[in-house]
Design a protein. Structure first.
Length: 275
């Protein structure tokens, strides 16, 4: 398996499919690179080079006890980009991965970046507060952490349902979608699970978004039960200069996984890459 060693000695697993202009996919919490397999094949089949990595603490990457903050994640991403010498790369970040993408731009700039895609992403800020009334109440994040620490296998089974919108009438989410979520989640270490909640709940990416100076596509579902579009996607599209916002009616948090929305996103992604 392919790994890149980070500046602090951790190992980051990555997949590398196809050849052509690079597209680097950044997964959400608590998933790993496998969440992007459909999109990896899509880009590789259409003349692009698809790359996806497992964040530290997830999947096949190192499982340290510390380092679960967005500065570290962004620097890990930078180590990967530099090790593979990626240039004119399109960065695609889902959920928490959108925060990783934003902080990468904030810390390392866009010198190697051609385009960016934020899918169901957490920027600019998740947690509810006086300046972010549309955000998620703090107690929700505490309940998530308690669920992980109390009985994480069952917690992930229950979370899978809302993640892909399987609890909605007329859903097209499959049992396979939910099983895949559970399987990937169980390969995240418990320390990463809890610490990432604090990181993605409280990190403010507003200033990072203001540094975007490349074409950016923001895609979000209007029925996202994990990352509400009013607090995140719509605001991000307003902050990022000249961003394009696409809101999928009835779309869940797992847009890239769920039949129907997956195909729509794949079409929008390919059009953006080829535009």
């Amino acid at each position: 398996m392919a790994h890149v060693r980070t500046r602090d000695g951790e190992e980051i697993f990555y997949k590398d499919w196809g050849s052509g202009p690079p597209v680097l996919f950044i997964h959400g919490w608590p998933l790993n690179a496998d969440a992007w397999d459909d999109q990896m094949k899509l880009v590789a089949d259409n003349g692009f080079r698809g790359i996806a990595h497992d964040r530290r603490g997830h999947g096949r990457s190192s499982q340290p006890f510390d380092g679960y903050d967005f500065d570290t994640f962004a620097d890990d991403l930078n180590d990967l980009v530099n090790a593979l010498d990626l240039r004119d790369v399109t960065l695609v970040g889902h959920s928490m991965g959108g925060g990783e993408l934003a902080r990468y731009v904030g810390r390392h700039g866009t010198g190697r970046v051609a385009r960016a895609v934020l899918l169901s992403a957490i920027p600019p800020l998740m947690i509810q507060g006086p300046d972010n009334p549309e955000g998620v109440p703090e107690q929700v994040f505490e309940d998530i952490k308690n669920g992980i620490l109390t009985e994480r296998s069952q917690f992930w089974r229950e979370t899978a349902e809302t993640f892909v919108g399987a609890n909605r009438p007329g859903t097209r989410a499959t049992q396979g979608n939910q099983d895949a979520f559970w399987f990937m989640a169980m390969h995240q270490n418990v320390q990463a699970g809890v610490k990432c909640v604090d990181a993605f709940a409280r990190t403010d990416f507003t200033e990072d978004l203001r540094k975007f100076d490349v074409p950016t596509l923001v895609v979000h579902g209007d029925d996202d039960q994990i990352v509400p579009v009013e607090a995140t996607g719509r605001k991000a599209a307003e902050i990022i200069p000249n961003a394009t916002l696409k809101v999928y009616e009835g779309g869940s948090h797992g847009i890239a996984l769920v039949p129907g929305d997956k195909e729509k996103f794949n079409q929008d992604l390919l059009a953006f890459l080829e535009g």
